[in-house]
Structures are given as structure tokens and as C-alpha cells.
Ligand binder design. Structure first.
Ligand SMILES: C[S@@+](CC[C@H](N)C(=O)[O-])C[C@H]1O[C@@H](n2cnc3c(N)ncnc32)[C@H](O)[C@@H]1O
Length: 317
């Protein structure tokens, strides 16, 4: 079993700068990756098990059903997964024998370590390289002998692209195109559907989504010596049809002043702090987004209800 880990996590000073920038915006919003410390990654895994959150189950079923067709379409090479999380999705693709080396990227060191350990046990013949980083800032993979001269295949499931605004999503897809050096990208996205079902998926009855959002505040307390009381915020998830997205937010329950890294921030009762967006793309909208980022859709696999899609993107030229 061969595992290597590289640590390119943003420095504490970057974290402080990002938080200051995000809290100066109206409404307040920080990059979604800040939700994923060790506890955030654990809570996200719990969200995936909730009855209201069907995306994970549907995408795993799609990947299992179509693994051979996907492998035939993408060809052999090094597979690069952006944001591996708990590594529930890639195994059917690794079993096809097309992947020589697997590169997992994630912002959460704990998630990355656990993911690679589990995958290496299951796929001992495949070399595993983990890179802890913010992939939205990565312009290339680090030099490594396992990657030299190898074709690259990207894998970006979980509708994680939806965390970015459409403009930032185009920039991210352009970045991945350059990083994959002519190789394909398998992109998993879910589609707009019944708003009630979508709102329930992001605000489950067991309260796990709410705990996931509030964990951001606890993470900031820990990393920036803060004094935020998470109980003074309500959690809400709303479908915003005009932007084809779910907005998840913490709402201040009172007038309050919080402190982070010795800096005070005043919130009024009812002020919202957006924790993340999840933009939903119809197949046509996904194809247009891909095209604007220099990709074309070569194939699309989808579930019976046509709510979740795996788009195989190839460089447009
Ligand atoms: C929504 S979860 C999806 C996990 C997994 N891909 C799936 O489909 O179930 C997003 C994952 O990407 C990671 N992540 C989020 N933003 C990231 C970023 N900017 N750079 C690297 N990893 C990121 C998180 O730590 C988390 O594991």
C-alpha cells in the first residue's frame, strides 16, 4: 500500500484575511471550504445519510451502474478527485483497472487522511497521493514522479461546483482544464427540482445541516480566538428561483457584537450570514457553463428521474 500526503493548506494569516473580507460584505459570506474542518467533514458525512438528502445515494448508484462505460469513455491515466470528502464515490471507477495513480485533493486534512487510508486498503495496487489544499487557488499539481508524463482524468462529484457563483464556477472549470492538461473531467451536478424537496434536503429534520452550519462559528472561535455564541443564530435554507440555488444562512436572533481575532463585528437582529449556496444546473445550463469555461459535454449519464447528472467534459479545442 503506497500513500503520500502533501500539505498545501492555506496559512492562518490567509484564513484571517478571508474572514475579514467575507464579514465586510453585505450580506456576510465566507468561502464554503471553511465549513470543512474535521468536525465539519464528519457532519457532512452525516448529512449524506439523511433521508432528505438523496444526492449522494443517487450519484453512487449512477457511478456503480455506469463505471465501465465511464472508464471506456475517459480512458486510462491518473485520476484526480477534487474535494474527496469521505471517499464514498470513486471506488467503482478505481475498480475498472484504468487508473494507475489516484490523486485526492481536499481542504480537510482529517478527511483526506481517512479517505486515502480506506481507499488504499480497498485498492492496494493503486498509488495514492493526497494533497491538502484549496483547489480554487491551485494552478497545477505539484511535481511528483507518479504524475510525470501521465494523462490526467478529473473527477468532481457531489454538485460541489454549486458552492461557487456561476462566474467563479467558470473560473474554477477553466483552472481544472489547465490543471488536467488536455484530460477529461467527470462532473457530477444535480438539477433544479421541487423547491420543497430541495429545502428539506438542506434543512433535514434531524438538524444535521443546521449543526454543520453552526460548526462554522465554532471553527472560527477556535482558529481566530472568537467568542461567537452559535445559539444566538437560527439556521435557514431557502430556494431562490431567480438564481436557481439554495441559500443556506445563519440569521442573528438579536443585536450582538461578536469578536474574531480581536476585531469586533456588529450584527443586528435578522442580519443574515450566508454559509453556502448550492446552485442547481439543468443539463442545458451545465452545457452552457462548460462551454464558457472552454469545455464541451461529450456525454451525460443521469438517473431515471433525471435529477442528478454525471457530465463527461472534454476540452473544447
Ligand atoms: C460537498 S463535499 C463533497 C464530498 C464528496 N466529493 C462527495 O461528493 O460526497 C465537498 C468536499 O470538498 C472539500 N472542499 C470544499 N471546498 C474545497 C476547496 N476549495 N478546495 C479543496 N477541497 C474543498 C470539502 O472538505 C469536502 O470534503
Amino acid at each position: 500500500m503506497t500513500i503520500e500526503l502533501l500539505d498545501l493548506h492555506p496559512a492562518p494569516a490567509d484564513l484571517r484575511r478571508l474572514v475579514e473580507q467575507g464579514l465586510q460584505q453585505t450580506p456576510r459570506q465566507l468561502p464554503a471550504w471553511l465549513l470543512y474542518d474535521a468536525e465539519g467533514s464528519r457532519l457532512f458525512s452525516e448529512i449524506c445519510k439523511q433521508p432528505e438528502y438523496s444526492l449522494t445515494r443517487t450519484e453512487i448508484a449512477l457511478l456503480s451502474t455506469h463505471a465501465d462505460a465511464i472508464a471506456a469513455a475517459v480512458g486510462p491515466g491518473v485520476m484526480v478527485e477534487f474535494g474527496i470528502g469521505n471517499a464514498r464515490k470513486v471506488s467503482p471507477l478505481l475498480k475498472t483497472g484504468q487508473v494507475t495513480t489516484f490523486v485526492a485533493l481536499d481542504i480537510s486534512t482529517t478527511a483526506l487522511q481517512n479517505a486515502l487510508k480506506g481507499l488504499a486498503d480497498e485498492h492496494p495496487a493503486i498509488a495514492m497521493l493526497g494533497i491538502c489544499c484549496d483547489h480554487s487557488q491551485l494552478s497545477d499539481l505539484p511535481e511528483h514522479p507518479w504524475l510525470t508524463g501521465q494523462r490526467r482524468i478529473g473527477f468532481f462529484p457531489g454538485s460541489s461546483l454549486g458552492n461557487f457563483s456561476p462566474e467563479d464556477a467558470i473560473e474554477l472549470l477553466q483552472r481544472f482544464r489547465a490543471l488536467l492538461k488536455g484530460g477529461p473531467l467527470l462532473l457530477g451536478l444535480d438539477q433544479p427540482r421541487d423547491p420543497q424537496l430541495l429545502e428539506a434536503a438542506y434543512n433535514d429534520a434531524a438538524g444535521v445541516s443546521a449543526a454543520f452550519a453552526r460548526n462554522l462559528l465554532m471553527r472560527l472561535n477556535r482558529d481566530l480566538q472568537g467568542n461567537i455564541n452559535p445559539d444566538l443564530f437560527a439556521y435557514e435554507a431557502h430556494w431562490q428561483a431567480d438564481n436557481s440555488r439554495i441559500e443556506m444562512a445563519l440569521v442573528s436572533l438579536c443585536d450582538q457584537t461578536i469578536r474574531l481575532a480581536e476585531q469586533p463585528w456588529t450584527l443586528r437582529r435578522g442580519d443574515i450570514w450566508i454559509t453556502e449556496h448550492s446552485v442547481k444546473y439543468s443539463p442545458a445550463a451545465a452545457a452552457e457553463l462548460a462551454q464558457r469555461a472552454g469545455w464541451r459535454v461529450q456525454h451525460r449519464w443521469h438517473d431515471a428521474a433525471d435529477q442528478v447528472s454525471l457530465h463527461l467534459l472534454l476540452p473544447a479545442d
